[in-house]
Design a protein around this ligand. Structure first.
Ligand SMILES: [Mg+2]
Length: 349
């Protein structure tokens, strides 16, 4: 094949002609965590990309005012680029925001104030992969090397909660402010959706009470892995005490205490792996975390790790160092849910 033939055989470009960003507010129940209660509405943004070939793609991300302004600015700068030029897109995003080390603009999704470039880039990457898949007539997983599995297990996510927001009617799930309420919530959720694991948002009630609830869940649903996440609400000594009391009960303990040093101190004493979506939330956190042995499971989230290709890169790094990979989640719409599933088991120790 001549060079000229090779060039002409290359797929035609698909140029971005328009980018729109639409904020969406949707109902959020009165779920409790260590910092308070979820607001009545959660905010997300849907990013839509149109092309000169008539193909459209969608992505989803956060919708704070500052993030929306950055999405609009970056979106405008991407018009004219080929939807396959993802590296150029990431570079253009970084340039527009002030470079790879762009200033942190505050936390999004309850996680991190860092990785601004990756957070802004991610929904555009997902939308462009959506278009690439449509153009090629294949699912996006094929663009990433092919599906690893046909089904992905999901975890039930239990919250202590009020019956309703102040002044509003109770929601269908009702109140859950004690062990009986949480176990009832779990039973209903597992019966309805068939979840194979259970996660409890903790850090709401005194640790002793939450330990009792976790034990009750383990007893009520034998064989279902239980995970506990107090959002770094506990001290190192409290975290170690809880970890020891839940030995054999909890699959992994998520962010018991703040910071890499605190997590490393807990990890040295805890009988189960520690997971995080709070202290390892950007590529530059991986090396110091591995060096300290602070975290054994990274809870990935393509919204701030920079999209699907960079989540796959994260998966490779986790594999190299024997770390597990699971998913972080927060209030989101269907576009995110479709894009999320990725997991890797930690290397047994
Ligand atoms: Mg968490």
């Amino acid at each position: 094949m001549s060079a000229a033939t090779a060039v002409s055989a290359r797929a035609r470009s698909i140029r971005i002609t328009e980018v729109s960003v639409t904020p969406v507010a949707f109902r959020d129940p009165p779920l409790l965590n260590s910092t308070g209660v979820h607001q009545p509405y959660a905010l997300r943004a849907i990013v839509e990309i149109a092309t000169d070939e008539g193909l459209h793609g969608v992505g989803e991300t956060y919708a704070t005012t500052g993030h929306l302004a950055r999405l609009h600015a970056v979106g405008r700068s991407l018009v004219g680029l080929d939807v396959r030029a993802l590296n150029a897109m990431h570079r253009r995003t970084a340039d527009l925001l002030g470079g790879e080390g762009a200033a942190a603009f505050g936390p999004e999704g309850g996680s991190t104030a860092e990785s601004t470039v990756d957070r802004v880039f991610a929904p555009f990457e997902v939308a462009c992969l959506d278009i690439q898949g449509k153009a090629a007539g294949c699912p996006v997983s094929d663009l990433l090397g092919g599906a690893v599995r046909d089904a992905v297990p999901f975890s039930a996510y239990l919250f202590h909660k009020w019956a309703g927001h102040p002044g509003a009617e109770p929601d269908p799930w009702g109140e859950a402010l004690d062990t009986a309420g949480i176990v009832a919530q779990a039973r209903r959720m597992l019966d309805r959706y068939g979840f194979t694991a259970i996660k409890l948002k903790a850090g709401v009630l005194p640790p002793e009470q939450e330990i009792e609830t976790v034990r009750a869940l383990h007893a009520a649903f034998p064989g279902r892995p239980v995970r506990v996440d107090p959002n770094a609400a506990w001290t190192v000594p409290t975290s170690i005490k809880v970890a020891r009391e839940l030995d054999g009960v909890v699959e992994y303990l998520e962010d018991p205490t703040p910071g890499l040093d605190g997590m490393a101190a807990v990890a040295a004493q805890a009988p189960m792996p520690l997971a995080t979506n709070m202290c390892v939330v950007a590529f530059e956190h991986l090396a110091p975390s591995v060096a300290r042995g602070a975290v054994q499971v990274v809870l990935s989230d393509h919204h701030y790790w920079g999209g699907l290709h960079r989540s796959k890169l994260l998966s490779g790094i986790c594999g190299t160092f024997g770390l597990g990979l699971s998913m972080h989640s927060n209030s989101h719409l269907g576009v995110s849910l479709a894009a999320m599933p990725i997991s890797r088991r930690p290397r047994p120790t």
